[in-house]
Ligand binder design. Sequence first.
Ligand code: PLP
Length: 416
Amino acid sequence: MTLGEALWHGQAHMPTTARTRLTIAGGDGAYVTTDDGRRLLDATAGLWHTNVGHGRERIARAAYDQMCRLETYHCFGRFANEPALRLADRLSALGPVDGAKVMLTSGGSDSVDLACKLALRHAQLSGDTTRTVLVSRDRAYHGLHGLGTSIAGLPYNRDGYGSPSLVPDTARIPTNDLDGARAQIERIGPERIAAIVAEPVIGTGGVHGPAEGYLEGLQALAHDIGALFVADEVITGFGRTGHWFASDRWGLQPDVITLAKGLTSGYAPLGAVLVAPRVADRFFADTPDTPMFRHGLTYSGHATACAVAEANLDILAEEELVARAAAAEDVLTKVLDPLRDHPLVAEVRSGAGFLAGVALRADVDGAAVAADVTDEGVILRAIHENTLQICPPFVVTDDEVDHIATTIRTALDRRV
Ligand code: PLP
């Protein structure tokens, strides 16, 4: 057996992947190193997650110290561990919603599934027994667990399972058209909707920032119809939009916020869900009839992952990396701007944080362009709508941001 013959990659055409596999063996700051010694600028921060950059010994030490003390203890029933307690309090204080309660998860997809279940449970407990529909935006990506796959606005991720939506009762609204969203909600029946789930900046669906007033309007619409407003901040949380949370940037007060990725910058698998008091309180009231939320995983609040998150948050705060992301957004917008005129470029989407998408014309092979740019030393991915994803670690320099744009241009010029 050759090395890795057994590994089945995610989201991959395996025969192609087996021939073109790129094995990353090391990482340092904004760079990673391949197993054959090439150094690549990580312009995607892995899968949008390496906010503090690679190779942070301080985080490794936090994991080591915690594992030597206690690898983990679960948080079911009356049990807990110290890092989980500290991290929950810290996230509640850091997040945009005062007094939020915090459930810890094993990643973004878990956070989304938890949020969906909580919205359905909230409706039932509120006596709204008809509220079983989960609404999300066209192009939205909410992870690949069952419920996240079902609600997302990327239909190809649920093709081939024999049911149009994996689970019933989901619906989509337009990505950025508030009147269209309102009309769609009227068609669905506002009294049937348990939650409207929205990525503040659509990531995997092609990098779409919100139209002016859209997110605020969507939140108001959710509340007008008696549904919960869930912000999926798995990408946008922990600095990516130049604020700790996109909800801060756009003045949102979601009922539920889903988090992962930048929570640990990928140094350990961990997610979190912040729940506003207006949803959480009924589960905390000191009465014999107080309901339980029957959810939780073996690794919810994993002690080592939580210790890693604490060290990661310390780095983000002490090195002022959220402000760095805000400044880098302007640099990224500026260096990508000239690409708008390139004959192979359909659209450049930037200005909603330190992330951008360069959408190529439909007749250009975006995956091949991304592969060329990667071979030139800058890791890129082609995502939805033939879009090149750009989302570097916050520690990247301005020159390196410029280098990303130059390398894209060179790869495109070669194809004209
Ligand atoms: N939600 C959003 C907005 C995401 O971008 C992602 C992952 O890219 C997820 C949820 C799922 O997160 P994970 O891959 O950690 O399960």
